[in-house]
Design a protein around this ligand. Structure first.
Ligand code: NAD
Length: 435
């Protein structure tokens, strides 16, 4: 099939390379010229495991193209996928500005019988609104159909998730259009759920809200575990073995961040409010997460008293491992809190340095290795669970710090290693401290 994708970000680019990989002819469109220039040279503008390899392979096989021109990219395509951002707007509502612009771009270059697929996360009713918007702009009355196809990939494993998703949701009021979108995905051989457009839109928000709930739930359990002397890792393992609960997303830590959960949870609350509903549980999920992001700072204050004049190494800046995305990363709040308290922060992340510098500027110091970051600091904060930090060499830490104190916000260092290295003070989340 001939497919165009509008918006070549984390979702659009991953979708584009994977659709090309399964045999479609894909043109990815973006308004960001620098991004498109890089992609034309086979360079990925984002860090995502496995992406660059597929990008180069499918570009050289002639199935994947990039352009900043909507006219060129939308010419004679059968399916247009919209994957532009829907960031948080006023009062928590989803900001649809980019989507409206994409609708305008489409309407001026629409060919007959195209199917427009909205992959961006959008509030219930948005597909209908965009359909009407395009109809109103589409002066030549070219026929088209709209299909909701929300995305569930996780950054850090976007390629794997796109090639092997748990399910694909296709929401449509038109059977022929739904079938065509289903056919596009057939080579993936995965479970496809056909629904109405409104249900498809809701499935995305309900899923993200549920996952955010699961995170805040286990974090609250972690905090109680600390108070009563239980170990949350054992508790989560024991709970997760129950198939009704499941092991995924029961990882205690310093809260969720990223470009999706924070904004999607707020957008669902906004939708509920618009319809006179109170989603009390979700309000608590957000409140718990906000407090949880401050946990390491509170633990450090408890340990040191005043933090003014201390030097702390932050290991990890990205909101999760295997990505360079800094959107709503807990590290931002932690860095700001620490600097406000007069702490000198030295930070290291394997790939997110550049993006972090844009947000944090020179308020903190950025370095290029773990061991550079920890030299002569008073404490280490582990903020993102990169594999590199799991494998940290405690003996080497002992050479760089007189008395290593580690606040592990992701419980990523094996406790056995800490026990063996007797000189380390260790403060995990929801587990007994080792001091
Ligand atoms: P992103 O910010 O990484 O990418 C969006 C891209 O769209 C940008 O490159 C931007 O330049 C481009 N763009 C904006 N307007 C355009 C236009 N008129 N024409 C062409 N390009 C345009 O966003 P993302 O993280 O890929 O998210 C996209 C959507 O998918 C959002 O609604 C998000 O909620 C949803 N989503 C994201 C993820 C994720 O993990 N990032 C997962 C599932 C769903």
């Amino acid at each position: 099939m001939k497919v165009a994708i509008i918006g070549t970000g984390y979702v659009g680019l991953s979708t584009g390379v994977c659709l090309a990989e399964i045999g479609h002819h894909v043109t990815c469109i973006d308004i960001n010229e620098q991004k498109i220039d890089k992609l034309k040279k086979g360079i990925s503008p984002i860090y995502e495991p496995g992406l660059e390899k597929l990008l180069m392979k499918n570009s050289s096989d002639g199935r994947l193209q990039f352009t900043t021109s909507h006219q060129e990219g939308l010419k004679d395509v059968e399916i247009i996928i919209i994957a532009v951002g829907t960031p948080q707007g006023e009062d928590g509502r989803a900001d649809l500005t980019y989507l409206e612009q994409a609708a305008y771009d489409i309407s001026t270059h629409l060919s007959s019988d195209t199917i427009i697929v909205i992959k961006s996360t959008v509030p219930v009713g948005t597909n209908e609104y965009i359909k009407k918007t395009i109809e109103n702009l589409n002066v030549n009355g070219v026929p088209f159909e709209i299909v909701s196809n929300p995305e569930f990939l996780r950054q850090g494993s976007a390629i794997l998730d796109t090639m092997k998703p748990d399910r694909i949701i296709i929401g449509s009021e038109n059977k022929t259009a739904a079938k065509k979108v289903r056919d596009m995905y057939i080579p993936l051989k995965v479970s496809i759920v056909l629904t109405s457009i409104r249900s498809a839109e809701m499935i995305k928000y309900a899923s993200n809200a549920f996952l955010a709930n699961k995170i805040s739930f286990i974090n609250e359990i972690a905090n109680i575990c600390e108070a009563v002397g239980a170990d949350v890792e054992d508790v989560a393992k024991g709970m997760g073995k129950d198939k009704r609960i499941g092991e995924a997303f029961l990882r205690p830590g310093i809260g969720y961040g990223g470009s999706c959960f924070p904004k999607d949870v707020k957008a669902l609350l906004h939708t509920a409010k618009l319809h006179g509903k109170k989603f009390k549980l979700l309000n608590e999920t957000i409140a718990i997460n906000d407090i949880q992001q401050e946990l390491l700072v509170k633990k450090a204050i408890k340990r040191f008293g005043k933090l003014k004049g201390k030097k702390i190494a932050m290991l990890g800046l990205a909101f999760k491992p295997e990505t360079d995305d800094m959107r709503e990363a807990p590290s931002i709040k932690i860095a700001n809190l620490l600097t406000k308290l007069g702490v000198k922060v030295v930070a290291y992340d394997p790939v997110a340095k550049e993006n972090a510098q844009i947000i944090l500027g020179n308020t903190i110091q950025f370095v290029d290795s773990v061991y550079e970051a920890i030299t002569d600091v008073d404490a280490i904060f582990i903020v993102t669970e990169w594999e590199e930090f799991k494998q940290i060499d405690l003996e080497k830490i002992l050479q760089k710090m007189k008395h290593p104190i580690i606040f592990d916000g992701r419980n990523c260092i094996e406790e056995e290693k800490i026990w063996q290295c007797k000189a380390v003070e260790y403060y995990p989340v929801g587990r007994p401290e080792i001091v």
